[in-house]
Write a protein that binds this ligand. Structure first.
Ligand code: PGA
Length: 252
């Protein structure tokens, strides 16, 4: 039985002061209203990680980052290493978000290195994949996503692969208010699981948490999360308000 994992992705939002307020609200409401069957993660900006880590410590909420660099340390001005993240209490790291791929040119090969370093540091990568609308319309979306998984993850030994969370995020649904239908989400999640099974076998594939991301919000979360192969969500916009985020979580 896979545990549902709901992760908030604050993206480039919230100053330190705003972060403390939102994190405190989420922790307080989660404590009252959320059962232990759901793992909650908040992926906050680098500048808020340390302060938020003190708020979430010992609560139902785990701390996540939104990126890290592919090298362990050294002369990489402006970058943040996996070890630095770990040292401030980070447990999860989003890797390969479509915004990183599009605006910062992150390739499947670079992401393979990032996955390795996050795993080696003992944190959980939340590895994002997903197609554009044009790719879907051309009917090449499944091949495209399979290649993202193969090129960035399939070098891993089964024991390491099982530590990964995958987030399927159709790019046309991110921040657009357009959500994949439950049929579209279930279809893609099943295809992703089948692709994993083709490499690692069904037993491993059945253990992998596959989140859906892309305009998941309180009024559609329950339906999406009821799909057999949808094991959680990666939540952008709706994670910026404590009430909305908790209501999404309660959909699980
Ligand atoms: P959204 O973002 O929920 O605002 O669509 C999801 C994401 O980009 O992870």
């Amino acid at each position: 039985m896979r545990k549902k994992v709901i992760a908030g992705n604050w993206k480039m939002n919230k100053t330190l002061e705003d972060s403390l307020k939102l994190a405190t609200e989420v922790v307080t409401i989660a404590n009252d209203e959320v059962n232990n069957n759901v793992q909650i993660v908040m992926c906050v900006p680098f500048t808020s990680l340390y302060a938020v880590s003190n708020i979430v410590k010992g609560t139902k909420v785990a701390l996540g980052a939104q990126n890290c660099y592919s090298k362990p340390s050294g002369a990489y001005t402006g970058e943040i290493s996996a070890e630095m993240l770990k040292s401030v209490g980070v447990q999860y790291v989003i890797l390969g978000h479509s915004e990183r791929r599009e605006y910062f040119g992150e390739s499947n090969a670079l992401l393979a290195d990032k996955v390795n370093i996050v795993l080696a540091t003992g944190m959980t990568p939340i590895f994002c994949c997903g197609e554009t609308l044009a790719q879907r319309e051309k009917g090449i979306h499944i091949d495209f996503i399979n290649a993202q998984l193969t090129d960035s993850l399939f070098h891993l030994a089964p024991a390491d692969f099982q530590k990964i969370i995958i987030a399927y995020e159709p790019i046309w649904a991110i921040g657009t208010g357009v959500t994949a239908t439950t049929a579209q989400a279930q279809e893609m999640h099943e295809k992703i699981r089948n692709h994993i099974a083709s490499k690692y076998g069904t037993e491993v594939a059945e253990t992998i948490v596959i989140q859906y991301g892309g305009s998941m919000k309180p009024d559609n979360a329950k339906e999406l999360l009821s799909c057999k192969d949808v094991d959680g969500g990666l939540i952008g916009g709706a994670s910026l308000k404590a009430r909305d985020f908790i209501d999404v979580i309660k959909g699980a």
